[in-house]
Design a protein around this ligand. Structure first.
Ligand SMILES: [Zn+2]
Ligand SMILES: [Zn+2]
Length: 258
């Protein structure tokens, strides 16, 4: 009996020591207050959609001068989030930063920019999403193949704002539609679409066999046209931001969304 008690305290003590060491240890480069925002893509879908853990959501829009999103995009995002998320409060805040150097950006540089410029992180009752409007293109872009936005970690998005502005300038689409579509599509990935964590309720019905993690329904916000000529034609002719189809909405509702 005595031995058992001793073991219990030893185990408890070890656990406390490990916790204490972890909070002192900054060798991994991730401060504790950032840990909640350094998880895998799609793993916070339920936390974003439902009211279970967090009653509030805040979106921090980060950009440098000349790369701010349009007010129309921000209003559209507010509507989209209000329609889909079960939250009492949805805040969208802006953080203007000095123009980052080093464009075009590779994924590591995008993460470094976040490290340096993101000011808001998830707290006890509020989950926070970071969106950076980049002043440059993605490093892998070519004349015929380009990336408009990417979601990474569980609450991070980059919108290649310069690429969107260039597309509009060359007659390949309307900036408001390009911005709105890109940001709402990337949020869809944070919400786990399509089947990112292999837990959607009916993935075989709508995950596109030709574009994984995207929706097979052509009118859906989560559709991805993989051929460049097809994408350009689609962007050029788009007059409205596509909405989510019934199957994608059902997936969000299964995780506590509206
Ligand atoms: Zn996508
Ligand atoms: Zn869909």
């Amino acid at each position: 009996m005595k031995l058992k008690c001793y073991n219990f305290f030893l185990i408890l003590f070890s656990a406390l020591t490990i916790v204490a060491c972890k909070s002192d240890d900054s060798d991994d480069g991730i401060a504790d207050f950032k840990a909640e925002n350094r998880k895998g893509l799609g793993t916070s879908a339920e936390d974003l959609l439902s009211n279970d853990l967090y009653s509030k959501v805040t979106v921090e829009l980060v950009y440098s001068t000349n790369f701010a999103p349009l007010q129309q995009t921000i209003d559209g995002l507010q509507d989209y989030l209000s329609t889909r998320l079960n939250k009492s409060t949805i805040n969208i805040v802006r953080t203007v930063i000095d123009q980052p150097t080093g464009a075009p950006f590779d994924p590591d540089e995008i993460k470094e920019i976040e490290e340096e410029n993101r000011t808001l992180y998830t707290t006890e009752d509020e989950i926070v999403v970071y969106v950076f409007f980049a002043n440059g293109n993605k490093d892998t872009d070519t004349e015929t193949n380009f990336t408009l936005g990417t979601s990474y970690f569980n609450t991070s998005i980059v919108i290649y704002e310069k690429t969107l502005q260039d597309l509009e300038a060359s007659g390949n689409g309307d900036l408001a539609v390009l911005e709105g579509t890109t940001i709402q599509h990337e949020f869809g990935h944070l919400f786990g679409l399509v089947n990112i964590q292999n837990d959607d309720i009916h993935p075989s019905d709508h995950e596109d066999p030709n574009a994984s993690r995207h929706c097979v329904v052509e009118d859906c916000l989560m559709y991805f046209e993989s051929s460049t000529p097809g994408r350009l034609a689609r962007l050029e002719t788009m007059v409205n931001i596509p909405t989510l189809d019934a199957l994608c909405i059902a997936d969000l509702q299964a995780k506590g969304g509206k």
